[in-house]
Design a protein around this ligand. Structure first.
Ligand SMILES: Cc1cc2nc3c(=O)[nH]c(=O)nc-3n(C[C@H](O)[C@H](O)[C@H](O)COP(=O)(O)O)c2cc1C
Length: 421
């Protein structure tokens, strides 16, 4: 199977700059600057069908095409490496193992968009990844792949690494831009969308680490090659799946996008731990509704996962066995989101702590019969929050009510966890 992101990576350390060069690194940038126009690069990405790997799956080339070509002043590219979604650690693995790939991907993207200054916004705790990135940027600078007049093409680019002050909301692209500008990280009203009015009021593209790391391979090998990497004819490329929980071998893997859920768990993670049987999983990070055994054959790609009632999200798969209390698991997730609400809008600021309170009383055996309806109402009402944090937080609550309503009811009628937890 062809891979892009983890190709030739040593398992226990970062690829060195020399190893990256020896493996053809920066040749795609060199060739693109010598023989392609910015539009050619953008068209290759549009044709490749690449969809953003940060959670929403928005088509990458289409997002780039929203950047106005004729506005005066600078335009910016931001790489979103905030990665605070529980259960998600793919960007960290990628950055720690091959930061050069991201640097080349950002250089190609900046060339396509006419960007001369780009930023990498990185999670506070990712010190190793930030160190590796800064070193990769230094090497690229010294070799003439960053800085002014790159490879004699007239194209210039500076890359800055910005360590976040550390809140989940900073991953939301408009809150991220506020954080970069040094103001409080609340989300902004959309529209205007960042592609038109973003960082310091200028056109800005925000893309995820994994999204940008795919660009060199798309430009080097072409859209048809990239599309053919998927497990299904509708899909495009590979996907990083970072698996955790009750599997034998929790691991971050690059696999064809669209691979069935069961194959990820059984074939690539060694199945469940001894004594464990599969009860449920979060398929795409903490803000996605659960899957159960009935979803074992679902193709792990954006549309099939959505059709099956969840979201591919980040590809962070958290696996639960038969001993997991779904009320306790959901409460644990909601606690995180309630704590991380930025407080900007009322539904999220007030609603999430209230949902947490209801789940706490059910879990403690003091739930009331009406609690299930109250939770359902909140799944609906929190869709009207200002940004996607609160609707995402209600993903696991919605999944719990749809797939495990009997278990929730048993907590309420029995006054305790039916699993004895
Ligand atoms: C609360 C919240 C947190 C988010 N955190 C991240 C994150 O850590 N990394 C990320 O790439 N996208 C995150 N996103 C999505 C971004 O807003 C944005 O859609 C994404 O960075 C776009 O990149 P892509 O098109 O390459 O997927 C978050 C969204 C929300 C609402």
């Amino acid at each position: 199977m062809d891979t892009i992101l983890f190709k030739n990576n040593p398992p226990d350390r970062a690829v060195t700059f020399d190893e990256y060069l020896a493996d053809g690194g920066f040749q795609t940038l060199r060739k693109a600057l010598a023989g392609m126009s910015p539009n050619d690069v953008q068209q290759a990405v549009i044709d490749s069908g690449l969809r953003g790997r940060g959670g929403a799956g928005f088509p990458t080339g289409r997002k780039w095409s929203f950047v106005p070509r004729d506005l005066p002043g600078p335009r910016y590219l931001i790489c979103n490496s905030d990665e605070m979604e529980p259960g998600t650690y793919k960007d960290r693995v990628l950055l720690e193992h091959n930061p050069h790939l991201l640097v080349e991907g950002m250089a190609l993207t900046s060339f396509a968009l006419g960007v001369e200054r780009a930023f990498i916004f990185i999670r506070r705790g990712y010190e190793q990844a930030a160190l590796n990135l800064r070193s990769a940027i230094d090497f690229a600078h010294k070799a003439g792949f960053l800085g002014s007049d790159i490879c004699g093409s007239g194209f210039s680019l500076e890359l800055d690494v910005h360590l976040s002050a550390g809140r989940y909301i900073c991953g939301e692209e408009t809150a991220l831009m506020n954080a970069l500008e040094g103001i409080r990280a609340n989300p902004r009203v959309k529209p205007p969308f960042p592609a038109v009015k973003g960082l310091w009021g200028q056109p800005t593209v925000v893309n995820n680490v994994e999204t940008l790391a795919n660009i060199p391979a798309i430009v080097a090998h072409g859209p048809a090659w990239f599309k053919a990497l998927a497990a299904t004819p509708e899909g495009s490329g590979t996907k990083l799946f970072c698996v955790s929980g009750h599997v034998r071998n929790p691991i971050c893997l690059e696999l064809p996008i669209g691979i069935p859920l069961g194959e990820i768990i059984d074939t690539h993670c060694g199945g469940m731990r001894p004594g464990s049987s599969f009860k449920a999983c979060i398929p795409g990070g903490a803000s996605t509704p659960y899957f159960t055994k009935e979803h074992w054959a679902v193709a792990m790609d954006f549309d099939p996962v959505a059709k099956a009632g969840s979201r591919l999200g980040t590809g962070g798969v958290v696996v639960f066995d038969q001993t997991t209390c779904m009320v306790a698991a959901t409460l644990n997730l909601v606690r995180f989101f309630a704590r991380e609400s930025c407080g900007w809008c009322t539904p999220c600021r007030e609603g999430l702590p209230f949902v947490q309170h209801i789940l706490e009383r059910i879990e403690a055996g003091h739930g009331e019969a009406s609690d299930i309806d109250i939770l359902r109402e909140h799944v609906h009402m929190l869709n009207y929050a200002f940004c996607a944090l609160a609707p995402g937080a209600m993903g696991p609550v919605e999944g719990m009510l749809r797939l495990f309503e009997d278990e929730v009811r048993e907590h309420i009628t029995g006054g305790k966890c039916p699993l004895g937890n």
